[in-house]
Design a binder for this molecule. Structure first.
Ligand SMILES: [Zn+2]
Length: 336
């Protein structure tokens, strides 16, 4: 079993898009001793390389899992001390309403809204109550432009399921770290483990990381929504049915050969998997795909129920399958 204390620590770290340093510090600590080189680029991505044994047919594989999470930003402070917000990344208004949020400096607030039905998905109608009744008082704690994220404690549910904030995409970061720790450099490929910034606001980090690495192939390691709960989107992704091999991602066209190889990899190594189609959203595969002269991409996704909320739910068995898939796939020989 993987070290779930580390996943817990990753989920509880504060890291709204563009402000990922707490997450970065944990990952840099964990990388120590496991890779040949690790660096932080100009916009904050971590790029860690574990070299393979090389030789003919060796590929440069870029894996990308994002460190950032969605949140909100203060756009106005009202005379009565209410903070009016806008969203950072895609946030469901209903996922924030009547919940606590925490600012980077530790200030906690509660989210209210005069008209939740009318607000629908407009976070601009949400207010954060930090306990102040005047603008002057509120400004002692929070300024216009400050970011807040979810408060989402870690809970163990029945049947190996876990609930917390930010599995999107700390679970991906975790799967990369665990796979890296198992990589002894005995595969044919050079594997770049990228922990990207700013995915939630347009897959920005993976764009600059791909420009530096110039990979032969890119794999996003992210989450995908569950479709088996009444309030979820429609499709066939199910928590607990294995790691999802991405067959549909609206942001990127996945390479046929790489996808076929990934399905074969699961079959050959007895990795529990599901065929995943996501009809909304996107992943870092999109920017890797269109980098340089074009890069073949594929996706590995963990099915996540209630994503982009303070209490998303995943299954440990899916995480274990995901780690195994990252490991086996990056040790495979690719011919193209
Ligand atoms: Zn994500």
């Amino acid at each position: 079993m993987a070290n779930y204390e580390l996943l817990k620590e990753l989920t509880q770290a504060w890291g709204v898009a563009g402000r990922e340093k707490n997450v970065r510090a944990i990952i840099l600590r964990e990388l120590e001793g496991f890779c040949d080189e690790a660096r932080v680029d100009n916009i904050g991505n971590i790029i860690a390389l574990k070299k393979g044994r090389g030789g003919e047919g060796s590929k440069k594989i870029m894996l990308s899992a994002h460190m950032d999470e969605v949140g909100m930003q203060v756009k106005k402070i009202h005379p009565d001390g209410r903070l009016q917000m806008c969203k950072v990344g895609w946030v469901w208004t209903s996922a924030l309403y009547h919940d606590q949020v925490v600012f980077q400096n530790g200030t906690v607030g509660v989210v209210g809204c005069a008209d939740i039905e009318g607000a629908k998905n407009d976070c601009g109608k949400l207010y954060v109550d930090i306990g102040c009744t005047t603008k002057e008082d509120a400004e002692k704690y929070v300024k216009v432009g400050d970011y807040c994220g979810f408060v989402g404690p870690w809970y163990e549910l029945a049947n190996g399921r876990i609930s917390a904030k930010s599995f999107d995409d700390r679970a991906g970061c975790f799967m990369l770290l665990e796979a890296l720790k198992r990589n002894k450099g005995d595969g044919p490929n050079d594997v770049y483990y990228v922990f990207s910034v700013q995915e939630e606001v347009g897959c920005r980090g993976s764009k600059t990381a791909a420009a530096q690495i110039k990979p032969d192939m890119g794999i996003s390691v992210d989450v995908t929504p569950d479709h088996f709960y009444p309030c979820d989107l429609e499709g066939c992704n199910a928590v607990g049915d294995g790691i999802s091999v991405t067959l549909g991602d609206p942001s990127a066209m996945l390479d046929e050969y790489l996808v076929d190889e990934m399905l074969a990899c699961c079959e050959e190594n007895h990795i529990q998997y599901q065929r995943g189609v996501m009809d909304r959203g996107g992943t870092d595969a999109s920017s890797i795909n269109l980098s340089g002269e074009g890069v073949r991409v594929a996706g590995i996704a963990l099915v996540d129920r209630y994503p982009h909320s303070k209490c998303s739910v995943i299954a440990k068995e899916d995480v274990e399958a995901g780690i195994e898939l990252v490991h086996c796939y990056t040790h495979r020989e690719f011919v193209f």
